[in-house]
Design a protein around this ligand. Sequence first.
Ligand SMILES: O=C(O)CCC(=O)C(=O)O
Ligand SMILES: [Fe+2]
Length: 304
Amino acid sequence: MKDLAHLLANPLPTDRAHFDIAHYIKHTPKVEEYNLRQKFEEWRETGVVIFENAVPDGLIDAFLGDIEYLCRNRANFGLEVEHQGGRYPIRDLPVDPLSHTGIKLNCVERLSLAARRLSMNKFVCGFLEHIFQEPPAMLQSLTFWRGSQQPAHLDYPYVSVQTRIPHLAASWTALEDVHEDAGPLAYYPGSHKIGLIPPYDWGDGSIILTPESPRHVLEFTAYLAEQVERLSLRQQVFLPKRGDVLIWHGNLLHEGIPVKDFSLTRRSYVTHFTARGSYPPSHGAADVFARPVMQESPRLPSWR
Ligand SMILES: O=C(O)CCC(=O)C(=O)O
Ligand SMILES: [Fe+2]
């Protein structure tokens, strides 16, 4: 069972108290285009780093082209989509996949080469290699056309296929400039620190949500809202430009804030990562480029 003892026994190596950033940076042979020490310190303090203008424009265009093609031709596709608590093959979604807030397209990388390339961004993967102290492996992606309006949460109770639960981080790529009324991403700097928010018990000591969990997501949401109040956590809204990428720690509290103007899109692409050594063997290739394309589906334009 994944319980508190599992959490405590498997921290990220760089979250261990004795991890010395200055010593590590002095001895790593990897040279980065950015100030690694500064980014590392920001990460430790806030649980977030941001790389501006980190994605080539053409790749974003190719990805958006794939999504538009997929949605225009959705009768031919079975990709999973989440909408109002339900999961549907995209061909059966009762609404236009690009029309409503809160809709998530799951794992488009199964169909889109552009998605795989977006996930394996060099800044993201390079930085995560420092954080994990081993190469990262992509777990899954989520594509948003509009704001998610998802209340403040932590990802690890939901993203829990990795063999060591704390070996988790995510990247959030802006596919357009994000307007403050479009329901941007927000986060609570510093909330990732071990020992600050006590891990939530989903029942019988489980730290992850399972189909048998007696606790409901709404109870988790209420618990986290209490913690925000108790710890006076400060919300930081992220208003990126197209091509900016934010990486968050797997224990960082974050949310999609309410949409104020429903005419606005908020196109973004999220990838969850684990360390290669925590990638579940049952999930096939750890290298996303070695994974097969989803069967019985036409290829999206970026493969051609
Ligand atoms: O983009 C958002 O609004 C929230 C995304 C999120 O929480 C996630 O993908 O884990
Ligand atoms: Fe999340």
